[in-house]
Design a protein around this ligand. Structure first.
Ligand code: KIV
Length: 289
């Protein structure tokens, strides 16, 4: 078999324009992940877009929230993802306080994500209150993905990680946020943890794709955190997570088996050990080498 014959053919990286064109068409697939090997696997699986999300603060850095994540963290991880998925649209998250403290600062930080991390677009959280910032970033030529509903950077102010838009006022507010983000020129928007009915209303009401996470099946696409859908998280998972492969417990078993083997001397075995010519060993033993 020719080298690489069983690898999928290289594909063209989707642009933000291409994503926008998918409104109402083939659903957009997005995974949040943060490193080279996962990025490589996602690209070869045909995932449309990779989000280097600030969820990395909770998922791989072990923080309680996404707030401690820095722009440097996202740049570091996005570079690794870019190397693993050169033909996949990479969205880089704008962390807390990288876009709220003035439009100029937001443009500069969004620019760094494009220039230094090789991102194709940036994502920022919020609705009406960030519409002007989105518009300003878009005017510089940087594609923006919005993020409304449950916005983890302000989870404290929203009463924790809970379903948003259950009462008429908050549902109307989220619909207004969706309109503001779309009018500001965003290419698409993530809609997080809202009732499925509201996810459908938002999707009907805006001309750009909605990418849902816990926002029901009517959205134009879906996003999940790779570590969640692979069973890496311990404890209760949010209702919207579907575990596609429960790899976390298998990794734990492998680590435990390795520890047992090292402790009882069965690792490394002959198959994992390098040898030396007998004469060299004999010479060493005789002290003549
Ligand atoms: O940071 C992230 O991974 C996200 C997704 C949950 C949408 O924003």
């Amino acid at each position: 078999m020719a080298k690489g014959a069983n690898e999928p053919a290289a594909r063209t990286r989707l642009t933000a324009f291409d994503l926008r064109e998918r409104k109402g068409g083939t659903k957009i697939t997005m995974l949040a992940l943060y490193d080279f090997p996962f990025a490589r696997l996602a690209e070869s699986a045909g995932i449309d877009t990779i989000l280097v999300g600030d969820s990395l603060g909770m998922v791989v850095q072990g923080h309680e929230s996404t707030v401690p994540v820095t722009l440097e963290d996202i740049i570091y991880h996005a570079r690794a993802v870019r190397r693993g998925a050169p033909n996949t649209h990479v969205v880089a998250d704008m962390p807390f306080l990288t876009y709220q403290v003035g439009v100029d600062r937001a443009i500069e930080n969004a620019g760094r994500l494009m220039q230094e991390a090789g991102a194709d677009s940036v994502k920022l959280e919020g609705g009406r209150e960030v519409a002007e910032t989105i518009a300003a970033i878009v005017r510089t030529g940087i594609p923006v993905i919005g993020h409304i509903g449950l916005t983890p950077q302000s989870a404290g102010a929203l009463g924790g990680f809970k379903v948003q838009g259950r009462d008429p006022d908050s549902a109307r507010g989220i619909l207004d946020d969706a309109a503001a983000v779309a009018d500001a020129g965003a290419s698409a928007m993530v809609v997080e943890v809202v009732p499925a009915e509201l996810g459908a209303l938002i999707t009907e009401s805006v001309a750009i794709p909605t990418i849902g996470i816990g926002a029901g099946p009517a959205c134009d696409g879906q996003v999940l955190v790779a570590h969640d859908m692979l069973g890496f998280q311990q404890g209760r998972l949010p209702r919207f997570v579907k575990v596609y492969a429960d790899i976390g417990p298998r990794i734990r078993e492998a680590f435990a088996a390795y520890a047992r083997d090292v402790e009882d001397g069965s690792y490394p075995g002959r198959g994992q050990t390098y040898g030396m010519p007998e004469e060299t060993l004999a010479a060493l033993r005789e002290g003549s080498a």
